[in-house]
Design a binder for this molecule. Structure first.
Ligand SMILES: Cc1ncc(COP(=O)(O)O)c(C=O)c1O
Length: 340
């Protein structure tokens, strides 16, 4: 296996536009709610999830048995693969996409097949993907995709689910709040559909490690058998309840990030830097042969972005953050770019 080692240190005090996190932190109401519930005994008891499951079922409009709480989307991917994929089974992915799909599939001994995004447009390779879907055991798709920022519509999602009813199809909606496109409404119709959501992005709770898989109840029951009973810690489970209650916070952050995204498009246009339209809280732009230099020089100026040139020629990804953060990024990039 190739190692997956995202930069996981030295980020404190810098403008973190490298991991598509919320750049201002979670809702203040989450912190207040946690404080109200903190007591010494809470730490000594193994987690219980009833209240959280009920709150999330209400929020996602599903029945409680349809929810699997997970330690972030990463555990959602792991549990899905461990439940449905045996040694030697085929897992179908797109390339480039979120690295943990390949990671957990390889750990499970699966044969991974990746279908490349269209080279210039970075459009989803739907027809080529459907051709290869037939004998896959699992199909893992990020919608919107990371790092391209592109989305497929529900008609395309349906075609993929229908292409192989035997395949477990994960639609990873980590960035749903920015795109507004969700496959949640299709769960009742398709027994092979799994939708994941996370509290790591718009909710600003990446450190908490909590997400969910939403699917038909029979699937959720199978997956729980393959999962550690306490993989979500008590603090995260409590925080999630407050997070879904504060819909205003999420709406405000999304509105801010979308305005920041527009500023970044315009700023990149002014610098003559090509970029891709995104439906998420990040933008992929073409720095060409200067991709690594751009990342390194921005870092020296206290702004973190992610070089993706190892998988898409010359590309760098920047998280949109707020308008203020976008401006700081553009000011720094302007200096780097003009100082060739
Ligand atoms: C598409 C996608 N899914 C999932 C994740 C990770 O989510 P979590 O923090 O919930 O494990 C990321 C993070 O970058 C992502 O880009």
């Amino acid at each position: 296996m190739r190692p997956y080692s995202p930069p996981s240190s030295g980020r404190a005090g810098k403008l973190r536009l490298d991991f598509n996190e919320n750049t201002v932190g979670c809702s203040a109401k989450v912190l207040d709610y946690l404080r109200e519930h903190l007591d010494r005994n809470m730490f000594s008891v193994y987690p219980e999830y009833e209240e959280t499951r009920a709150a999330l079922a209400g929020f996602f409009h599903v029945a409680e048995p349809q929810i699997v709480l997970t330690n972030g989307t990463d555990e959602a991917i792991q549990v899905l693969v461990n439940t449905y994929v045996d040694d030697g089974d085929r897992v179908l992915l797109t390339h480039p996409s979120y690295a943990m799909y390949r990671f957990y599939s390889e750990v499970a001994g699966a044969e991974v097949e990746e279908i490349s995004y269209e080279p210039e447009s970075l459009a989803f390779p739907l027809e080529r993907f459907l051709e290869r879907a037939r004998d896959a055991r699992a199909i893992l798709i990020a919608n919107p995709n990371n790092p391209t920022g592109t989305c497929i519509d529900l008609a395309a999602v349906r075609r993929i689910i229908e292409a192989n009813p035997r395949a477990a199809v994960l639609i990873d909606e980590a960035y749903y709040e920015f795109s507004g496109i969700t496959a949640l409404g299709l769960i009742a119709e398709y027994p092979n559909l799994f939708v994941s959501r996370t509290f790591s992005k718009v909710y600003g709770m990446a450190a908490m490690r909590i997400g969910v898989i939403l699917t038909q109840a029979a699937n959720a029951a199978h997956m729980r058998k393959a999962q550690s009973p306490y993989s979500v810690n008590t603090l995260a489970a409590i925080a999630a309840r407050a997070a879904v209650a504060d819909t205003e916070y999420v709406a405000q952050y999304v509105a801010e990030a979308l305005q920041a995204r527009r500023m970044i498009y315009e700023g990149l246009d002014r610098l003559g830097i090509a970029h891709y339209p995104s439906q998420a809280n990040f933008v992929l732009f073409r720095a060409g042969s200067r991709a690594v230099e751009v990342r390194d020089r921005l870092r020296e100026m206290g702004v973190l972005v992610r070089d993706r040139s190892y998988e898409i020629d010359g590309c760098v990804r920047v998280t949109t953050g707020t308008r203020e953060h976008a401006q700081r990024f553009l000011d720094a990039l302007g200096k780097v770019w003009r100082n060739a």
